[in-house]
Ligand binder design. Structure first.
Ligand SMILES: *[C@@H]1O[C@H](CO)[C@@H](O)[C@H](O)[C@H]1NC(C)=O
Ligand SMILES: *[C@@H]1O[C@H](CO)[C@@H](O)[C@H](O)[C@H]1NC(C)=O
Ligand SMILES: *[C@@H]1O[C@H](CO)[C@@H](O)[C@H](O)[C@H]1NC(C)=O
Ligand SMILES: *[C@@H]1O[C@H](CO)[C@@H](O)[C@H](O)[C@H]1NC(C)=O
Length: 550
């Protein structure tokens, strides 16, 4: 299945986007000197191994939705990418080896100097190859010089990896390093000032990239925001293959239709929604939820079927128990944690819109076996998974628990994960946090100095869902609020990170907002693990003061 994608991918996979409207709104009051210096970069900006492809001034209002330079399979990343400030745009081609190169977009806002001279690099999703344009416009609106790369190849597929280890290396981590380096040099040249603090933000594969930086390149970034990370990458892929084989493959006896997933979701809510004291469709702690799927079992002797009684077969129930239980390998070793109960609707959406386990197939074909004809249905098995696990190119698994260099550098890491994530289970983020804690011998009150993990109830993969999911994080801008910016009462988790890095004010909670089904506003303060969001027993649950972290 599709585990590692950002919601982005879901949409694009099934849409062919028109490539027409690259609309500019009328030019705003522009600083002519800034414009001139921007365009001059075309000739004068010449770092090693780097060629400037575009240097242009973009006025506030520029709309990158359906921009012609975006590969069609990356179309989603342009949606909601509206410039809120005048900016200088650089598109560069960075040679990383004789067989690889990285394309980077660098957005340099006119407001940079007054907004703190910050630089931020953004991440990618799935196996792509897609620059998160909407993350770039979001961050530049907040004054950051914003950098995004194509991660070493264009588009959504992993085909570019075939027999090109240097391209895999770019994907595993190198793109971020070269993109950030060139972006900082561009800032220095354009503004004639040295950049201040350097940040990173990304979700999904972007979250994995963030953890890779925290683990292996801790000196480079002052603050890292890693959301719904696809770390333990190989086991994540393997788990995706197992899940697809069990419940996602239309040819499998355990396959469930969308209607059946809705039924399963209803069962989960009926058993678990009240555990946190409020029946609102949001599970504050899905780890406490142990649904009994046998409740939905057909009475075989009575000849019951889905058609007659909306019940499920024994094989389907067994498959559900496996999906909502941990995955063990052929030798009985633990591989990957269970799916989040409560995430059934997004989970089903992922399986269906991806039309199969595309990430697993691409990874096996183009990285593991170098065999473009490898067939999932006839060749996938848990035994085969051992072959996938055996190859960890450039440490892409991203499972090193030693963050001591990050700690020594006094740099900061925030991770967060939607507790209704149907693509990458949030249980993996608890596992990693606890693994770091045990390995480093640091209780939470000490990890708090440099690593904080927030659980976002009711949030799907990177965003969306029934809870107060909008927190101003990666992959969210443009999808939640038409303005592309958080509501004024809240600056968002990115600026929480900035406050921590620059003022030493560490975030205790992350405020989320959203609009509920009946148009009501939901606001909730999401807690820092291991604290849990707990209903105070009275008051409107849509108000933050009705909950506390205990
Ligand atoms: C941006 O362009 C898209 C596609 O042309 C359009 O649907 C959208 O309304 C535009 N947004 C704004 C704010 O102009
Ligand atoms: C980028 O540079 C490489 C050489 O390193 C070249 O092969 C490739 O065509 C260039 N791409 C673009 C879009 O200019
Ligand atoms: C596996 O086979 C089923 C038919 O039995 C088909 O619907 C499905 O698309 C196939 N999946 C993949 C990944 O090839
Ligand atoms: C496939 O190619 C990669 C290098 O890109 C190599 O590491 C791997 O061993 C190859 N796999 C096989 C089965 O030859």
């Amino acid at each position: 299945m599709k585990s590692i994608f950002s919601k982005a991918g879901v949409v694009i996979a099934s849409l062919v986007l028109p490539l027409a409207s690259y609309a500019l709104s009328p030019p705003s009051q522009a600083d002519h000197d800034f414009q001139r210096r921007c365009i001059l970069l075309r000739r004068t900006f010449r770092p090693d191994h780097t060629k400037v492809l575009v240097a242009e001034f973009l006025p506030k209002g520029t709309n990158w939705t359906n921009a012609p330079f975006v590969p069609p399979s990356c179309g989603f990343y342009g949606s909601g990418a509206i410039f809120q400030v005048d900016a200088c745009r650089l598109r560069v081609n960075i040679t990383t080896s004789s067989t690889s190169n990285v394309i980077a977009e660098i957005i340099l806002p006119a407001t940079w100097e007054k907004d703190g001279k910050r630089v931020i690099t953004t991440g990618n999703g799935g196996l792509n190859g897609c620059i998160a344009l909407n993350d770039l416009t979001y961050a530049s609106a907040l004054g950051f010089v914003a950098i995004g790369t194509n991660n070493g190849h264009d588009g959504f597929s992993g085909e570019a990896f075939l027999n090109r280890p240097e391209v895999i290396k770019d994907f595993a981590y190198r793109s971020l390093l070269v993109g950030t380096d060139i972006g900082k040099q561009a800032a220095k040249q354009l503004y004639e000032k040295s950049p201040g603090k350097t940040y990173y933000m990304g979700c999904s594969t972007g979250g994995r990239q963030g953890l890779k930086l925290a683990q292996d390149f801790p000196e480079l970034f002052d603050g890292i925001l890693a959301a719904a990370p696809a770390n333990d990458f190989l086991d994540l892929i393997i788990n995706g293959g197992q899940i697809y084989a069990l419940v996602g493959n239309p040819g499998a006896a355990g396959y469930l239709t969308t209607e059946q997933w809705v039924k399963v979701h209803q069962l989960v809510l009926s058993e678990c929604d009240r555990i946190d004291g409020v029946a609102d469709g949001i599970l504050e702690d899905p780890r406490k939820c142990r649904p009994r799927f046998e409740t939905l079992l057909c009475d075989r002797e009575a000849g019951q079927t889905w058609e007659s009684h909306k019940c499920l077969t024994s094989v389907q129930i067994e498959a559900l128990n496996q999906v909502f239980g941990p995955l063990y390998g052929v030798k009985g070793e633990f591989l990957y944690p269970r799916m989040n109960p409560g995430a059934e609707i997004e989970f089903d959406l992922g399986i269906r819109l991806f039309g199969g386990p595309n990430i697993i197939i691409d990874w096996v074909r183009y990285v593991v076996l170098n065999d473009t004809r490898w067939d999932f249905n006839s060749s996938w098995s848990l035994e085969f998974a051992e072959t996938v696990r055996a190859l960890d190119p450039f440490g892409i698994s991203t499972w090193n628990p030693d963050l001591s260099h990050l700690r020594n550098a006094k740099h900061k890491l925030i991770t967060y994960h939607g507790l209704a994530d149907g693509f990458i289970t949030s249980e993996n983020s608890y596992l990693y946090y606890d693994y770091v804690s045990r390995s480093m011998g640091l209780p939470s009150r000490k990890l708090d100095d440099f690593y904080r993990f927030f659980t976002i109830s009711g949030m799907g993969h990177c965003g969306g869902g029934d809870g107060a999911w909008y927190i101003g994080g990666a992959g969210q801008p443009g999808t939640a609020f038409p303005s592309g910016l958080p509501p004024s009462e809240h600056c968002g988790v990115l600026m929480d990170l900035v406050k921590w890095v620059e003022k030493g004010i560490a975030p205790e909670r992350v405020r989320g907002t959203s609009i509920g089904r009946e148009g009501e506003q939901i606001v909730r303060d999401h807690c820092k693990y291991p604290l849990k969001s707990t209903y105070v027993g009275s008051g409107n649950p849509n108000r933050p003061e009705s909950w506390k972290c205990v």
